[in-house]
Design a protein around this ligand. Sequence first.
Ligand SMILES: [Zn+2]
Length: 703
Amino acid sequence: MSHPIPLKPVRLWHGGDYNPDQWPRDICEEDARLMQLAHINIASVAIFAWSQLEPEPGKYAWEWLDETFERLHRSGVSIALATPSAAHPRWLTQQHPEVMEVNEQGQRVQHGIRQRFCPSSPVFREHVERIDRALAERYGRHPALVLWHVSNEYAAPRCYCDLCADGFRRWLKDRYGSIDVLNRQWWGAFWSQRFNDFDQIPAPTVQTGRAWQGLMLDWKRYQSCLLCEFFKFEVAALRKISPDIPVTTNLMGHYGGLDYAKFADVMDVISWDCYAKVHGDPSGPAYAHAYMRGLKDQRPWLLMEQTPSATNWQEAATLKPPGVAALWSWQAIGHGSDSAMYFQWRRSRGGPEKMHGAVVEHAGSEKARVFQEIAALGADMAKASGKVAGTRVAAAKIGILYDQECRWAFEGSGGPGHQKPYVETVGKHYKAIWRQNLPVDLVRMDADWSPYKLLVAPMLYMVKSGEFPQNGTPEQLRTRIDEGAKIEQFVKAGGTFVTTYLSGYVNENDHVYDLGYPGPLRKLLGLWVDEMDNSKPGENPNTLVPVKHALKRSKKRYACDQYFDQIVLEGAEALAHYGANWYAGKPCVTRNRFGRGTAYYLGCAADDDFLRDFYATVAERIGLEPLLDPVKGVEVLERSGTGRRLLFLLNHTDERKNVRLGDLRGVDLLSGEELAKKARLAPYGVRILEVTGIAPRKKKDRS
Ligand SMILES: [Zn+2]
């Protein structure tokens, strides 16, 4: 991994998607005035502007973008300049229909939908490289340019053209070396799925893919890889001319089509578009922010898009109540973002996104509620920037492993059961830790795990053996890891590891381990799972009964549902048993000492209360303390660095809340108030406490 180029200057960035290409000059002048009122310091420009930049092949129309650069620069607004590959001009598809993708039925897709290009098309690449280079040559050294925003919301290609299918077969050859190895790994004797040669392998459609699970998993990997190569291709075109400007592309959180870990290695800074549901659980965006941050070593990232008010694509266009736009912006910043940016600056008057929320609504008034709130947030960000920028999320001691390939394999597997809640299950464990104000990261399988004391791997269905790919690029070979051995090593050295039902089933090719479950984790966990009972939610609920003193604070029994492992102990001790059904009394939660560490196994899907009490117990045993005592509905986060420690207190409710500060005292960066003992939070209120000291110890504060 090369060293990322930093985004400069170091500051909090406030801005968003800006489309001057849609507006006459007088509106653009008015935009510059309004941007100053709203304390905007960055604009993402030209995201879908190809046909405005190059109305005819080879004939560029730079005037509007030249003016935009000058106008924004004069107004103190920096620019994230996009490459326009996400939406291409009609003249291109008319001259070269082959730039469009071919669907599963073998038909070329019609022009008009964005992101439906064939990433293998040499003609498309030629035109993309030309426009990217032209942009870099014209603006790559402009003092307003701070970031390349490459394309937009890259989505998995779905192209079935001959070029893409041939590429797939070459990719498989690299991965398996020989057709015999592939047949063995894909279990080719089943349903006569054996191939004599790589040339016989088809690009799987959704329908055939269900039958060929190894094939479908590799197809997903290949699609992701193909698009990542395309991303690298765009980056290379920019780098040649503009080597000092960092690059990003805006990701989409838990979107399932791409392996973002691979994309993160190409990006200098992670950015993503967060569209959380109004009135949803605040652990949702927290979990997604943690996932995005964990893609690149927990470094600062950018919140590239959020709506200032409503969206036009969610089921209902629900408004953010007063205060929520600011609250969620600070939440992102508390999770490590160095920005709050919006889609979009100004609502368009036509087109599919004219009803999407914007900082400037159709009436264009600075008196609008949304504009006023965003302007006030901008003023607060400007005030806090000097203290917040340069810090990063404080080092967590708890990491949760999250792996997109594991998700693909599990979601694509025929059973057990129809429900495949990988993302939700990891989220439940995240929430159980997060709600206790225990700092927690999401962590890649190939990351350095040494900073962590506790690693959690819910539903780690796939544990890669490190054998595949057999050949490939140096980068692909670098990320090959024997994950079972890596986890063992972590625990042996003193780490604590937690995993659950549905872990350790298959290797990287969805090929079941012949050790039974949990495969390579069996020795470490000191148990074997003979079988797993699975039922629909609520159909066959059970209870989990902890043994005495297993948990620091314990109910007599907890609810569990859906997944019920039948555990055979091989050295582990039982911490809880099933309370009902024909397996009443059998173990369902276990602990095993291994080397200098400990490995826990949760053999059933226990309720939120159990997960809370379980993680509180484990955290206490390994000496981890919450940042502050938890208060329902209040999130507490920490950023630190450059000699300071900042606590973000975020009230996600419409009620007033008090948070006990214990021994800490400090100054609220937003209000300037000095705080000790407790902090009062208004409905949807935010405090950013710069910790200035520890108050002398007294009896426990009873506020
Ligand atoms: Zn193609």
